[in-house]
Design a protein around this ligand. Structure first.
Ligand code: 6PG
Length: 249
């Protein structure tokens, strides 16, 4: 794992400002990638925090500033629930964003929850990533952009401390048989997250302040702290999540 990769921190006074800032970087990063390659691949975060950024991206002027027709869209993780369940990350992202923008539905790639056991679903999802996301120099599929959140315990995607998925180093997608909320999940793994050209963390709320401090100031190897892509990462924090940080850029 690349440990010397650049980690920038941006602190926003409000969640609205944070969402706008994330929308702007999302659009710029993917426009730049498509300008070079004619296409780009992005993995989107679940949870509740990125919803505001997705809703911002669904409103003018952003749909015209994101090259939706040239994007392959993936999801960083999904829970073992049916597609209509309010806990489904895919449902949240569709409702907040994908249903409102000119993405090619054939290029929206979700884990096929329900189609076989968890290991088979993870394997099939990894195969689809390999088919649609070009390999980078490390040999792993290289997403142009990955959005991630972080839990108050420092987990990211569905990579939880103590779970074997966190140590997976052969596969791009791992099954998570038990998560703190009791739901099995599938998740992208550290090697593929660390192969990304860019990673944006979107973290908000005072309940995340301790974990943000432990990752960003103390550099503790919590799951989110182990995401150190060679291309660098940017942490978008609201003021509450950043309140324990001494300095910010
Ligand atoms: C999930 C996630 C997860 C999430 C964090 C933060 O499906 O749970 O992808 O890693 O980003 O748990 O979640 P909140 O934004 O809801 O606090």
């Amino acid at each position: 794992m690349e440990t010397g990769s650049r980690r920038a921190v941006r602190v926003f006074p409000s969640r609205e400002a944070q969402a706008r800032g994330a929308a702007e970087v999302f659009a710029e990063t993917l426009m730049a990638a498509v300008a070079i390659s004619g296409r780009a691949a992005v993995a989107l975060a679940g949870g509740t925090t990125p919803r505001a950024a997705y809703e911002a991206l669904a409103r003018p002027p952003w749909p015209d500033r994101v090259p939706w027709a040239a994007l392959d869209v993936f999801f960083g993780d999904e829970r073992w629930v049916h597609g209509g369940d309010p806990r489904s990350n895919v449902r949240m992202v569709r409702e907040a964003l994908l249903d409102h923008v000119p993405v090619d539905p054939a290029r929206v790639h979700a884990p096929r929850i329900g189609a076989g056991d968890l290991a088979a679903i993870a394997e099939e999802y990894a195969a689809r990533i390999a088919a649609h996301v070009p390999r980078g120099p490390s040999g792993w599929p290289r997403f142009d952009l990955v959005l991630l959140g972080m839990g108050a315990d420092g987990h990211t995607a569905s990579l939880f401390s103590g779970d074997p998925a966190l140590e997976e180093n052969q596969a791009a997608v791992a099954p998570v048989h038990r998560s703190p909320d009791g739901l099995p999940r599938v998740t992208l793994t550290l090697p593929v997250l660390n192969a990304a050209a860019g990673v944006i963390f979107i973290v908000a709320g005072s309940e995340k302040a301790e974990a943000a401090y432990r990752v960003l100031e103390l550099e503790e190897p919590l799951p989110a702290g182990r995401v150190r892509p060679a291309g660098g990462s940017v942490w978008f924090l609201d003021a509450s999540a950043a309140r324990r940080l001494k300095r910010s850029e």
